[in-house]
Design a protein around this ligand. Structure first.
Ligand code: MG
Length: 434
């Protein structure tokens, strides 16, 4: 399987080569004849972009190049095209690259659509164009400006001045988030806001250990808020006005509280904190494409993942870290983020992973499910792996979509129960893997 839930991703010149990129270009171009491409700031982007472009042109597809864009910018621009191609490895480190495909409505390709492309890559069943029908190439200069201006139209906050530190991590958001915030009347202090695909300042993943400098800067400059993105800004993380990193589960809960309107869509590994703020929580398989699919089905106004990807479907079916930054600013203009965060309960949650070969994942999970059923556990859901629901606690075991691993989680309202459940399920997985 080439495509995971987040497209194709791997180490450059090992898993992701220019030969593969040409095949991907030819496959996409066989199905879609007007394609827009964007890249993040990675050093390998020109190599991959030119190969994808060459493949597309060779089968007669027209190519529009949006240059460096965030993933949500590219997804938003796709509304004027047949297909969007984003060259990025998202939050992975500099040696990785990847390709993610988008529909006109900004949603990522579904499993079925990815499978169709994959089949073409493997069978090489594409027809090269006659010389007269080779695709045409255009630069597309407006993607960033259009995305930014569209976000501004959705702003419902006040004109109050805020001091905000922005850490773009040298990724694609350098060309949009700081400028957007200025237009929202923020005094912007920029950190790592020069494009650099070596990611010299920090790893692209906006997790607590990578954002120590941002926390320090918020304190030093006495700022109201810190905002960080991953390499392609489909993710956002924030630091409150006291310089404290806001955990992903709490940020998700905060956004659910303000924007959930009673119904939200989240993946099955999401903390039960959000159940305190929203009447109806719909849980899906893990992966933003499943969230956006369910948002379409359920008409919910907000969806998101604890990884920091948030979807506001009335704007973009792609997780949009830039739009999310604007929505956080709306909240921060009227409230101290630290006070809001203190009002969100904290439940102990333990997350672990164990090695398991891809071909063994399904079988292991099936065996575990049979075992747990025999133990008389009643509330077992199999939306993605196995989730067992208890009163005020739950456990989950699922196959990772990107690594040869099983992931498992246990959460409870008290530390002792969470730990016991975590140790129990870890032991059961290890026994089943033997
Ligand atoms: Mg990303």
């Amino acid at each position: 399987m080439l495509f995971g839930s987040s497209g194709i991703r791997g180490i450059i010149n090992k898993e992701i080569t220019n030969n593969l990129a040409i095949l991907i270009g030819k496959s996409i171009g066989s199905l879609y004849k007007k394609v827009i491409i964007g890249v993040d700031t990675r050093t390998s982007n020109q190599m991959i972009y030119n190969a994808v472009k060459s493949g597309l042109l060779s089968v007669g597809a027209d190519v529009y190049f949006a240059m460096i864009t965030t993933t949500p910018t590219l997804a938003y621009a796709t509304r004027n095209f047949k297909c969007g191609v984003m060259i990025t490895a998202s939050h992975n480190t500099a040696e990785y690259n990847g390709i993610k495909l988008f529909n006109k409505d900004g949603s990522g390709f579904s499993e079925e659509q990815n499978y169709e492309i994959e089949k073409l890559i493997l069978t090489k069943n594409f027809k090269l164009a006659e010389w007269k029908s080779i695709g045409k190439f255009f630069n597309y200069h407006n993607a960033v400006e259009e995305h930014k201006n569209a976000i501004l139209k959705f702003y419902r906050g006040s004109e109050k001045k805020l001091n905000v530190v922005v850490d773009c991590g040298n990724g694609a958001s350098c060309n949009i988030t700081p400028y957007l915030l200025k237009e929202l009347n923020c005094k912007v202090i920029s950190l790592n806001c020069n494009e650099d695909g070596n990611f010299p300042a920090r790893d692209p993943e906006p997790i607590k250990e990578n954002l120590k400098l941002l926390c320090k800067a918020v304190k030093t400059f006495n700022a109201d808020l810190g905002i960080a993105h991953d390499g392609d800004a489909d993710r956002i993380a924030i630091v409150d006005d006291e310089g404290e990193f806001v955990s992903n589960d709490k940020l998700l809960a905060l956004l659910c509280k303000f924007y959930g309107k009673g119904k939200v869509v989240v993946p099955i590994d999401t903390s039960m904190i959000i159940d305190c703020f929203v009447k109806k929580v719909i849980r899906t398989k893990v992966g933003d494409i499943f969230i956006s699919q369910e948002l379409k089905n359920s008409n919910a106004e907000f969806g998101g993942e604890p990884s920091g990807t948030f979807i506001f479907p009335y704007f973009n079916y792609c997780p949009d870290g830039v739009f999310s930054a604007m929505k956080v600013i709306e909240i921060a203009k009227e409230n101290k983020i630290s006070e809001l965060i203190k009002g969100i309960p904290e439940y102990p949650i333990f997350r672990g992973k164990l090695n398991c070969a891809d071909k063994k994942k399904k079988e292991t999970i099936e065996k575990l499910k049979r075992k747990l059923s025999k133990l008389n556990y009643k509330n077992i859901s199999d939306i993605d792996g196995i989730r067992v629901e208890f009163k005020d606690a739950w456990i989950l075991v699922r196959a990772s979509g990107t690594e040869p691993k099983l992931r498992y989680t246990a959460e409870a309202k008290d530390e002792k129960t969470a730990k016991e459940l975590f140790e129990f399920i870890e032991k059961e997985i290890k026994k089943t893997l033997k």
